[in-house]
Design a protein around this ligand. Structure first.
Ligand code: ADP
Ligand code: MG
Length: 388
């Protein structure tokens, strides 16, 4: 362990649980009063008490998975146990009132559905292939039949539109201050894309934007885009740990991070930055992706041009899984330049992107299943309480 992170406090862990959303009530389990308490002992063993609205809730498995995923990867945590209890009738009514209040109060705030898995693609520094990874994973997920949003939050350095071959202005919704994302069909799936590129007239005029303005632009993407139904939202982040990252984390506390690195970038340095980012934003790091892993020449010999082992070392350091390695391949940059992502075609890099997309769906960040218990319960409570 090369990064020394102090053992998290119960409050730190409770803050992390704000990222666990009850998909049907659309609020996080802390706010709903479902997360009752967190303890951590000297050995790093964590116990979380969760109160369910009803003991037989089919969402229990999902909540358990999400709670464990959020807590288990935190440095200093050695084990996670969940103690289940059931809410009293009074607590249930309070939770439902809260959910109902949020539904009214929050609806205008974000147009991103509560069941969408939000994934930010981040890195310690620029040029490691964040944007390439974002568009290729988006395409690979869409090819599996998912609806995937792509938010280009690298306001000053946008490259998503070029890489996806999209241009032209975004349309507004008639009579409303809403914008409609560009759509692109991929197999049975669909991409929904927004970028500053679609809102400014010249390719480089957003580059001059600074601080507050950049944040406003991202806020606009979260609040004013008519995203509609969406399984995943991938966010291409600007490099570093600045204002935009913090702002997004505040607006979307349930987001999870994927860290892109290269074998060359010192794992310890990236680990320190990633841990810093996770600590400041309370976002969970769901996995590490190593890009530009090795170059295979036409004769089939592999050359680790940028060294090797960086991804694995980083993953071990931050306690997150290494989801895959993408080889250095001219088809990746050529595909980016042509607006036809390599993941749509064949070859080792395309295969690597598809394999990572499968791991995301199967284990790292599975899509939200609508199990159907609390929403029905909410209806019953509504019916019992009459119009509020
Ligand atoms: N696996 C790869 N093989 C070859 N070229 C790559 C690969 N990944 C990224 N590139 C190229 O490297 C450059 C930087 O990638 P980009 O995705 O724009 O990085 P970032 O968004 O982190 O700044 C681009 O020209 C891109 O085409
Ligand atoms: Mg980029």
């Amino acid at each position: 362990m090369s990064t020394t992170v102090p053992r998290p406090t119960s409050d730190d862990l409770l803050a992390l649980l704000r990222g666990v959303i009850d998909p049907e009530l659309g609020s996080d389990i802390v706010e709903l009063g479902m997360a009752r308490g967190v303890t951590i002992d000297d050995d790093g063993a964590v116990e979380v008490t969760i109160a369910l609205t009803t003991a037989g809730c089919p969402l229990r498995a999902q909540i358990q998975k999400d709670v464990k995923a959020r807590i288990a990867g935190v440095p200093g945590v050695t084990s996670v146990r969940i103690a289940w209890t059931e809410m009293t009738q009074e607590q249930k009514s309070a939770a439902m009132a809260k959910a109902r209040w949020n539904a009214r109060d929050r609806a205008p705030d974000t147009e991103i559905p509560p069941t969408t898995r939000v994934v930010t693609i981040a890195s310690g520094k620029g040029g490691v292939g964040k944007s390439s990874v974002t568009v290729n994973l988006a395409v690979a997920l869409a090819a599996q039949g998912f609806t995937v949003g792509v938010m280009d939050a690298d306001i000053g350095g946008f490259s998503v539109p070029r890489m996806l071959g999209l241009g032209g202005r975004l349309a507004g919704v008639e009579g409303e201050k809403k914008i409609v994302p560009h759509e692109k069909q991929v197999g049975d799936g669909l991409l929904k894309v927004v970028s500053m590129r679609f809102l400014v007239d010249e390719e480089d005029s957003a580059v001059m934007w600074r601080g507050f303005m950049l944040n406003r632009a991202v806020q606009h993407f979260v609040e004013d885009v008519r995203w509609g139904a969406m399984d995943y939202l991938l966010i291409d982040m600007p490099p570093g740990t600045g204002d935009i990252q913090m702002g997004l984390a505040r607006m979307l506390p349930r987001a999870e991070m994927l860290i892109v690195t290269t074998p060359a970038v010192g794992a310890q340095k990236v680990a320190a930055r990633a841990a810093d980012m996770a600590r400041k934003t309370y976002l969970r790091i769901a996995g590490v992706i190593e890009n530009m892993s090795s170059f295979t020449c036409d004769h089939g010999t592999s050359y680790p041009l940028f060294g090797s082992g960086g991804g694995a070392a980083l993953a071990a350091d931050i306690g997150s899984p290494l989801l895959g390695q993408i080889p250095m391949e001219t088809a990746v940059s050529a595909g980016g330049d042509a607006g036809v992502p390599v993941a749509l075609g064949d070859g080792p890099a395309a295969e690597a992107f598809r394999a990572i997309a499968r791991r995301i769906v199967d284990e790292a960040i599975p899509p939200v299943d609508m199990a159907g218990c609390t929403a029905r319960l909410l209806e019953n409570v509504e019916a019992a309480l009459g119009p509020a």
